[in-house]
Write a protein that binds this ligand. Sequence first.
Ligand code: PGA
Length: 256
Amino acid sequence: MKYVVGNYKMYLGVRESVALARGVLRGIRGSEVMPEIVLCPSFPALTEVRKIIARSHVTLGAQNVAAVAPGAMTGEVAAAQLADNGCEYVIVGHSERRQWLNESDDLVREKLVQAFAAGLTPILCVGESAQAREDGTSEAMVARQLAALRDVTLPRKRKLVIAYEPIWAIGKGTPATPADVIAMHRFIRSEARRYIDVAEEDIVVLYGGSVDGSNAYEYLREREVNGVLLGGASVKLHECLAVIGAAQEVMEAQTL
Ligand code: PGA
């Protein structure tokens, strides 16, 4: 199985998100092999996108979740509320939130706990900064972020989904090379298993950072890359469909 996750970030309104989701459904109609496609619109669009993708192979994800249970927390959205809105996934610890909202690894850990407790599958984002890359401390930085998994229990039958997104590669048109991605994915797998009791086949590691229709295949064809997390490309229908097509091509080849 390969994953294609679309993070619409704060790019789109409700109508545009719905149109895009419709376009994705149209694009995959009749396909025999189906990757796990997760669309993550902004909060206001969740309900409408949910209606569009109901009874399809496409699933819904949110871009953020509160670190606490439902209650007095103005402006936040609890994991249980996301689940109630049809979300199956939630992005946690995206670098934009770490950078601009100072989300710490402790906070990220609380969000993981809340998400799992509500029946959601969190997509934990990790990745080194340009500085760490220059200093040769990328693995150390990613290892620190993965420590958010400490004492987190993976519910039965749930996957552990981690997205490797080097900060310097996000939105810049300068993706990491497949070789670098493979090396970091191996590191992430072994590091994650230090903290969490999970079978090898239940760890899903995605790559994100300037992935589009022109390069997705280069990552997806690698055994170590279970899927891709798209930002900019996810809000351009033709790019998104090209990436889904690449995932299908790889999956088809694997079943031969
Ligand atoms: P990008 O963003 O695809 O626009 O580089 C990826 C992400 O931030 O998830």
